[in-house]
Ligand binder design. Structure first.
Ligand SMILES: C[S@@+](CC[C@H](N)C(=O)[O-])C[C@H]1O[C@@H](n2cnc3c(N)ncnc32)[C@H](O)[C@@H]1O
Length: 277
């Protein structure tokens, strides 16, 4: 059987798709990184064996569920429990003493995906006796991943490597103490869940909504172009309390951004900064 050759997408088709998505969903992806969004569109085209671009545009205009599928493809949702364990070890050693001094700790996880990073943070806070005075806001553009995060339910398969990550993060107990297994699924403990407010927030178009002692936005800016990165970093800066802390992903940077000179490095390797006094 001969394989159907799929369409190879170029910059002008990327722009057309971005326009159609904007028209039909209101989401504006025009400031996402071109190489990254191009790869994601190509992946969608290859998976769905699309050979006719004009037909794809037509189908998208006729079927809003297809637009949603394409949006889900663009918003990469890869995450895991205690992802980059040494990042969490750095939080324990470098930030916990400062957080300990606060009467209330307000945290924002922007781009939280299915929530594993947020539950990891809640576990860490509990182990340092900080969870009771913490309020964690966790946001994402994608409602499907937020529904998973809110359910606090994960597959046993996805938790396979997590005990190792947890130990590497210098966890002081056993990860299994923070969830139960029921009907073949992992269910995170209620005391963790009750401290987290999950909601939709689009970093492209929505404004700041509170002041935070700690903002964590890892592996999200990497999908944006420089001008959108700068805009979002400025919003994070405006949303930080005095001495507030900003943590971004290991492949991301504040260098050359508008807030670079107003932040001081706390941990260069794990990309943790603090608002200068
Ligand atoms: C790779 S995941 C990162 C998850 C987690 N922070 C981590 O590092 O494991 C990127 C997340 O950013 C979200 N995202 C992408 N664009 C966004 C936007 N404009 N506003 C808010 N979240 C966005 C995606 O939906 C996705 O869940």
């Amino acid at each position: 059987m001969t394989e159907i050759a799929t369409f190879q997408i170029g910059a002008s088709e990327v722009n057309e798709l971005i326009m159609v998505i904007n028209d039909y969903s209101g989401y504006d992806f025009s400031d996402y990184s071109m190489p990254s969004i191009k790869r994601r569109f190509q992946r969608y085209i290859d998976i769905n064996k699309i050979s006719d671009f004009a037909q794809l545009l037509q189908d998208l205009m006729n079927d809003s569920s297809m637009v949603n599928n394409l949006i889900e493809e663009i918003t990469v949702n890869v995450t895991e429990v205690f992802r980059d364990p040494c990042f969490f070890a750095a939080i324990r050693s470098d930030l916990v003493p400062q957080l300990n001094k606060l009467p209330v700790i307000k945290i924002w996880h922007a781009g939280c995906s299915t929530g594993e990073e947020v539950y990891s943070m809640a576990i860490l806070l509990k182990e340092h006796d900080l969870l009771h005075k913490s309020i964690i806001y966790a946001t994402d553009i994608n409602q499907t991943v937020l529904d998973i995060a809110k359910s606090a339910k994960y597959s046993i398969e996805s938790f396979k490597e997590t005990e190792f990550n947890y130990r590497e993060s210098e966890g002081t107990g056993k990860l299994a103490d923070y969830y139960t297994v029921s009907n073949g699924e992992i269910l995170m403990n209620e005391d963790l869940k009750s401290k987290i407010i999950f909601s939709t927030h689009n970093l492209v178009s929505d404004s700041a909504f509170n002041h935070f002692d700690l903002i964590i936005c890892r592996n999200v800016l990497i999908y944006f172009n420089k001008s959108l990165q700068d805009k979002v970093l400025q919003m994070f800066y405006n949303s930080l309390t005095e001495n507030g802390i900003l943590a971004i992903g290991s492949k991301e940077t504040l260098l050359f951004s508008p807030i670079d000179s107003k932040m001081q490095v706390v941990n260069a390797k794990w990309k943790i900064w603090k608002k200068k006094e």
